[in-house]
Design a protein around this ligand. Structure first.
Ligand code: NAD
Length: 366
């Protein structure tokens, strides 16, 4: 830990990074109620694309926590990251000596940014090492693993959070408000989709079921499932799904494009889709007295939304900075994150049921 010496002016200066990009909401409230607390040290485990391209840069703009350490199996990355982010040798670990992190008071939070099949193991080992944990999405290979991770963190008395950055993002927070508070009346229908055209390595872990748990559904569909859940503020009870493969030679082990219909207790008609072969990122909601939409809805670039066709005019922020700052705040306040492990488990129950439905061709209970 390191003492926070953040003044309001300092915070506002830090928040004016990049044209049109602001740190708002939770980050600001974090400053307000956290100014006498400690700045927590985060160690990133797995220095792949997301850590390198998004998390480490975002951690240069946080107020309640900072990039204190790394865990990597590649010595060259250790050298590069140490120089770039001023990370001392004593805070650099590899996969062999990872558990020794238990003895390092400079690391308060371990952020698991590994392929999905490693999420459970490293979350549990991090909690047993006495650290609070953020685990990237999708939380694990299946709901059973999620339950084990939640219980390991509870037993170790450590907080667990999932990397659900959109819960801190103004446009997505707005659809939560519009839908859950029935601002335009009751939501009667939602259509949502998320995907991209996979053009990467045909041998990557993302295309292997044992390593990724599945394809576009696990990686991208999880956002569309969440989008429907947090717009309605309800949990789905059943699902029916179908799939399509246009590049079966590439997606021989995992799903390419999946379509589903979800039954919610309130009766809203909810359709969703995920893909590794279509560029989708949208959520359209119809309510009894109007409609609202996000498009793009789920990325970490610039998002946009409308209410009855008029722009929402909300800022785009550094989502990951707001997300991790809020978690640090929760640790200091000893309270559960708004995106705890239980939130990841709820999504994985839906994912598991979608895969069962693809196998059975029938409606499956969630
Ligand atoms: P990546 O393949 O770029 O990085 C994975 C890292 O894990 C690499 O550094 C790799 O060296 C390391 N690794 C260690 N052991 C490994 C093993 N046995 N096999 C393969 N890699 C191993 O992946 P990524 O895109 O950074 O994704 C990592 C996690 O972050 C995934 O869970 C992904 O879903 C998530 N993610 C989240 C977001 C988001 O917006 N929240 C965005 C991208 C990725």
């Amino acid at each position: 830990m390191e003492a926070v010496s953040t003044s309001r002016r300092d915070f506002l200066r830090k928040s004016s990074i990049g044209a049109g990009t602001l740190l708002l909401g939770s980050a600001l409230s974090g400053w307000a109620c956290n100014k006498s607390s400690k700045k927590l040290g985060i160690a990133l485990v797995g220095l792949g694309n997301y850590s390198k391209g998004q998390l480490a840069p975002a951690l240069q703009h946080t107020t309640n926590c900072y990039l204190a350490g790394i865990v990597t199996g590649t010595p060259a990355k250790a050298v590069e990251w140490s120089a770039k982010y001023n990370i001392p040798q004593k805070n650099i670990y590899n996969y062999q000596n990872f558990d020794e992190i238990a003895d390092n008071p400079a690391i308060d939070i371990i952020y698991v940014v590994l392929p999905v099949f490693m999420h459970k193991e490293y979350t549990i080992r991090a909690a047993r090492a006495g650290k609070h944990v953020i685990c990237e999405k999708p939380m694990a290979l299946n709901a059973q693993e999620c339950a084990e991770m939640i219980s390991a963190c509870k037993n170790a008395d450590r907080l667990l959070s999932i990397g659900y950055r959109l819960h801190f993002e103004p446009h997505n927070m707005e659809v939560m408000r519009l839908g859950q508070k029935e601002v335009l009346g009751k939501v009667t229908a939602i259509d949502t989709g998320n995907g991209f055209v996979y053009g990467g390595d045909p041998n990557a872990w993302r295309l292997k079921k044992a390593l990724a748990g599945g394809g576009g559904l696990m990686d991208m569909g999880i956002y569309a499932i969440q989008g429907a859940r947090y717009t309605l503020g309800q949990e789905p009870v059943a699902v029916k799904a179908t799939q399509e493969k246009t590049r079966p030679e590439l997606f021989k082990d995992v799903d390419e494009t999946v379509f589903w219909e979800l039954k919610f207790p309130g009766g809203a008609k909810v359709t969703g889709k995920s893909s590794y072969n279509n560029n989708w990122s949208y959520l359209h909601a119809q309510a009894t007295n109007g409609k609202f939409a996000l498009e793009p809805a789920y990325g970490y670039g610039s998002l946009d939304g409308t209410i009855n066709g008029k722009p929402m005019q909300l800022p785009n922020i550094i989502q990951q900075a707001a997300q991790v700052d809020d978690f640090a705040n929760c640790i200091n306040a000893n309270k559960q994150s708004r995106v705890p492990g239980e939130e990841g488990l709820k999504d994985m129950k839906v994912v598991d049921a979608i895969y069962r439905s693809l196998d059975s061709g029938k409606w499956e209970t969630i």
